[in-house]
Each structure stands twice: as structure tokens, then as C-alpha cells.
Design a binder for this molecule. Structure first.
Ligand code: GRF
Length: 212
């Protein structure tokens, strides 16, 4: 069984979707730990209530990004994960950290990358007049919100949408695609060929499309 460590900064709904999939038998992994960079991350309590080792490495205790990332890597490595899963982890990671976990560090970003890397993706998609928007699970590379795309979800942008309504529509799809992506990794089905992710599974759907 592959071991995963999940990194969060807040609510942790993607973490919960992963834990639920695991409990339901749909995600063959051991969740070794949940780690947050803030003690007030609501997801820490959720993880603890489910009996998962949950720890905080407070970023403000460190004098530099490098020092924080080194301490974080030390805590992660103690759990010997095969895959590190970023689930709403709101810290920019140093290239040294990213390279350490190359090929075994995944992120979910709330846009159809390469559109809208960075923050406020839902506001920006509405302001740009986008008719579809979505989320992307990708392997992490040193460039922010970049890297080989494992799976994407797309939802319509509807008249009258504000950022919150659109975010909620996208988030519901995140909870479907992230467990699917992690399952593929856990089953050894993912291969990255020249930056393109392929899935070794019959009828694998690397997309989720939601109709209006
Ligand atoms: C999600 O929208 C995720 O795509 C983004 O941050 C948000 C985290 O939400 N990276 P949650 O903490 O998983 O509920």
C-alpha cells in the first residue's frame, strides 16, 4: 500500500474527500499524516477526529523560506510517504523542496491551467468573460501552478455567477478528480512522457465535464 502525506493550510475539504475515498475503499493508500503550516487550519481537527496523525509546522517560526521548507521536509520524511499531496497548501515552495519530491508531489489548483495560475482564480475567470472554468491536478515543478497535468475538471460559468458561486461549483469537482488522480498514482498507473501525463487504465478519463 502506498503511503501519502497531505499538506493543508485551511478548511481541508479536498483532504476530507481523499480521506472519505480511502475509507470507502476507493483509494488504496495509507494516509500517514496531515501536516499544516498554521495551527488554526480547520482541517487539522478534522484529520485528528478521524485518527490521522496531524501536525503543524508553523511557517512564521522560521526566518526564511529555505529554513521552513527544510523543517517541513524533515517532518514529511519521518512519515516516509510515496506521494506528497498538496491540498490547499498556501505556501510557495522552494525549488530545493520541489526537486526533493520530484515526481511524487501533486497539487490541485482551482483553474484550467495554464490559465490563471496564482490567486483569485474565480474572480479572474469571471472578469475575463470565461464561459468555462475548472480545476487541475498536476505534478509540481518549481514554476508556480505549473507542471504535468494529471486530470482536469470543467464547469460552466453561468450568468449571475459571483466568485463564491463559481468556486463552490468548481470545488465539488475537485473532490471527484483529486481522489481519482491519487488513486492512479497509488496503483502505479501514471507515466509522464515529455511533460504529458498518461494513465495506464482502460477508459481512464483525465477530465470531468459538468453540464449547465
Ligand atoms: C481549493 O480550491 C484548492 O483547489 C486550492 O485551495 C482550495 C483549498 O480548499 N488549492 P480546501 O482546503 O481543500 O477545502
Amino acid at each position: 500500500m502506498k503511503r501519502i502525506v497531505i499538506l493543508i493550510s485551511g478548511r481541508g475539504s479536498n483532504m476530507e474527500a481523499l480521506l472519505e475515498a480511502q475509507v470507502a475503499g476507493a483509494l488504496p493508500v495509507t494516509v500517514a499524516a496531515v501536516i499544516a503550516n498554521r495551527e488554526d487550519a480547520a482541517g487539522l481537527a478534522t484529520a485528528r477526529a478521524r485518527g490521522i496523525a496531524a501536525q503543524c509546522v508553523p511557517h512564521q517560526d522560521f526566518g526564511s523560506r529555505e529554513a521552513f521548507d527544510a523543517a517541513l521536509a524533515g517532518v514529511i520524511d519521518a512519515f516516509t510517504p510515496d506521494l506528497v499531496v498538496l491540498a490547499g497548501f498556501m505556501r510557495i515552495l522552494t525549488p530545493v523542496f520541489v526537486r526533493r519530491y520530484e515526481g511524487r508531489l501533486m497539487n490541485i489548483h482551482p483553474s484550467l491551467l495554464p490559465a490563471f495560475p496564482g490567486l483569485h482564480t474565480h474572480e479572474r475567470a469571471i472578469a475575463a468573460g470565461c464561459k468555462v472554468h475548472g480545476a487541475t491536478v498536476h505534478f509540481v515543478t518549481p514554476e508556480l501552478d505549473h507542471g504535468p497535468i494529471v486530470i482536469q475538471s470543467a464547469v460552466p460559468v453561468l450568468p449571475g455567477d459571483d466568485a463564491d458561486r463559481l468556486a463552490a461549483r468548481v470545488l465539488a469537482t475537485e473532490h471527484v478528480i483529486y481522489p481519482r488522480a491519487v488513486r492512479w498514482f497509488a496503483q502505479g498507473r501514471l507515466a509522464v512522457d515529455n511533460g504529458i501525463v498518461r494513465v495506464d487504465e482502460a477508459d481512464a478519463q483525465q477530465f470531468l465535464l459538468i453540464d449547465a
